[in-house]
Design a protein around this ligand. Structure first.
Ligand code: NAI
Ligand code: MG
Length: 495
């Protein structure tokens, strides 16, 4: 990409620059080139977006839309994503350096996400209650919450946006999106498709900029609910901001997920699964299996096989389908990953492979970090406790099942966990004993629109995907209908 294109924000159905015309650059992490300019929204732009979303929620065609109308728009949106998947995938790769072969499949699959939530829009969401109160018919309805702020990260910018957008729209909310400053363009291009699908003006708005724009949006009293994916530190700030006015929140935050290898596992399969769990997306996923717990009987064999395969992972241009690992997404994240490698070394972890930038001069302009494995790590080290969000696996030895459970659960996080075993009874026991929102057995990192996803403990609040997601975007209203027809004087029942 040689030309620098200037993008605009979508507010109330119109494309526009920031009120003060300020912009920032999008940098391709593979070649270091700036290839797009994006507006930095001012507080007045944020206010306009929230006001537009509020108006669209309360008046106009969206406020009176039927479930079928919303479902039809979501299906059209899904079709448009499918038709434009190549472009949407390519832009995400230019923004965050993830592999085209991973992003392409993920992007096409987003159409199914839209189709599923189109179905949810028309699904029965209320209940008729068995009332023991005489002459009362009692039922519930689920109503939209109102204006939703969707604040998203850079690692899977469109998928993590759709996890919020689809249920929010299915339920009849309106939305103001604030994408990550690392990956704003993919969201702005997606917003064109939202418009093309025919969603009324103001139903979906996009404001761009860095953290302060997200903060202005979450502090806005016109926002009824904040849906956030990102760091635990910012998630906690958003929870505090929301608490001031009791705005609803759902938070999908960090992790330090254990991937546990028992001696009875298919070890070759487990090596592949552990590699996919930590090195896919260059380790930049909330659910990364970054703590690899290995039984002492197979530790040496497993560590050797893992280090050998890791050593041979092919780094390169993320747009090349033969590349196995791309770059880290942005300079600040790159610095953070390298600093954690130093932390691990200084704590006495044993470097088995990686631990530096690659030597290949062809990769010198890119934010590459060699896939890294540390052995002999103990769970009290910082490298085992803090989220790196990069291609760094740590190996921790365990003695038996109880020991594995104790180490696995000894973390402030609780997003995900993996278990590798051929013992069915052990698999079921582990699923129950691990304190995490998702547990995979003999696999890792699978998600789907039907399956709720979210964290225990400091990994978040609420669940995305599946029918559970609709609960995050609706209020329950209870209706009491008197079927007895005579209301007596409450103070003088005989009158
Ligand atoms: P971040 O949490 O700062 O950013 C996520 C989103 O929140 C972005 O859109 C950002 O502009 C916005 N934001 C930042 N400060 C805000 C504030 N005070 N109020 C409202 N919105 C705000 O994440 P960042 O800086 O991109 O990455 C830092 C670390 O966060 C990573 O190293 C990783 O550990 C973690 N992270 C976790 C993700 C996950 O999927 N759970 C995704 C991205 C980052
Ligand atoms: Mg940040």
């Amino acid at each position: 990409m040689t030309t620098t294109e200037t993008y605009e924000m979508l507010i109330d159905g119109k494309w526009r620059a920031a009120a003060d015309s300020a912009t920032f650059a999008s940098i391709n992490p593979f070649d270091g080139e700036s290839w797009a300019q994006i507006p930095t929204a001012t507080n007045s732009d944020v206010d306009d977006a929230v006001t537009a979303a509020r108006r669209a929620f309360e008046e106009g065609p969206w406020a009176t839309s039927t479930p079928l109308q919303r479902a039809t728009l979501l299906r059209r949106f899904g079709d448009l994503i499918k038709d434009n998947a190549d472009e949407l995938a390519r832009i995400q790769v230019l923004e965050n350096g993830k592999l085209i072969r991973e992003v392409a499949g993920q992007t096409i699959a987003l159409a199914n996400h839209c189709y599923f939530f189109a179905g949810v829009a028309e699904s029965p969401l209320g209940e008729t209650l068995a009332s023991s109160v005489p002459n009362m018919q009692v039922f519930t309805v689920r109503e939209p919450i109102g204006v939703v702020a969707a604040i998203t990260p850079w690692n899977s910018p469109l998928a993590l946006l759709l996890w919020k957008l689809c249920p929010a729209l299915a339920a009849g909310n309106t939305v103001v999106i604030k994408p990550s400053e690392v990956t704003p363009v993919s969201t702005l291009v997606l917003a064109r498709l939202i418009q093309e699908a025919g969603f009324p003006d103001g139903v979906v708005n996009v404001v761009t900029g860095a953290g302060p724009v997200g903060a202005a949006l979450s502090e806005h009293h016109g926002v009824d609910k904040i849906a956030f994916t990102g760091s635990t530190a910012v998630g906690k700030k958003i929870a505090v901001t929301a608490a001031e006015r009791l705005a609803r929140v759902s938070l999908e935050l960090g992790g330090k997920s254990p991937n546990i290898v028992f001696p009875d596992a298919d070890l070759a399969g487990a090596v592949n699964g552990v590699i996919a769990g930590i090195f896919a997306a260059t380790g930049q996923t909330c659910m990364a299996g970054s703590r690899v717990l290995v039984h002492e009987d197979v530790y040496d064999e497993f560590a050797k096989a893992l280090a050998t395969r890791t050593e041979n992972i092919r780094l390169g241009d993320p747009l090349d389908p033969d590349t196995e690992m791309g770059t880290v997404a942005c300079k600040s994240q790159f610095d953070k990953v390298l600093s954690y490698i130093e932390v691990a070394k200084s704590e006495g972890a044993q470097l088995l492979t990686g631990g530096s930038r690659p030597e290949d001069p062809g990769l010198a302009k890119g934010l590459f970090v060699r896939p890294t494995v540390f052995g002999n790590v103990t769970n009290d080290m910082r490298i085992a406790r803090e989220e790196v969000f990069g291609p760094v696996a740590v190996l921790i030895k365990f003695r038996d099942e109880d020991d594995a459970v104790r180490i696995a659960n000894d973390t402030v996080f609780g997003l995900a966990a993996g278990v590798w075993t051929r013992d069915v009874a052990r698999a079921h026991r582990m699923v129950r004993r691990l304190r995490a929102g998702s547990v995979w057995v003999n696999n890792y990192r699978k998600t789907n629109y039907v399956a709720p996803f979210g964290g225990f403990k400091e990994s978040g609040i609420g669940r995305e995907n599946g029918f559970h997601a609709i609960e995050e975007y609706t209020e329950v209203k209870t209706a009491w209908i008197d079927t007895g027809n005579t209301i007596t004087d409450p103070f003088n029942p005989r009158a």
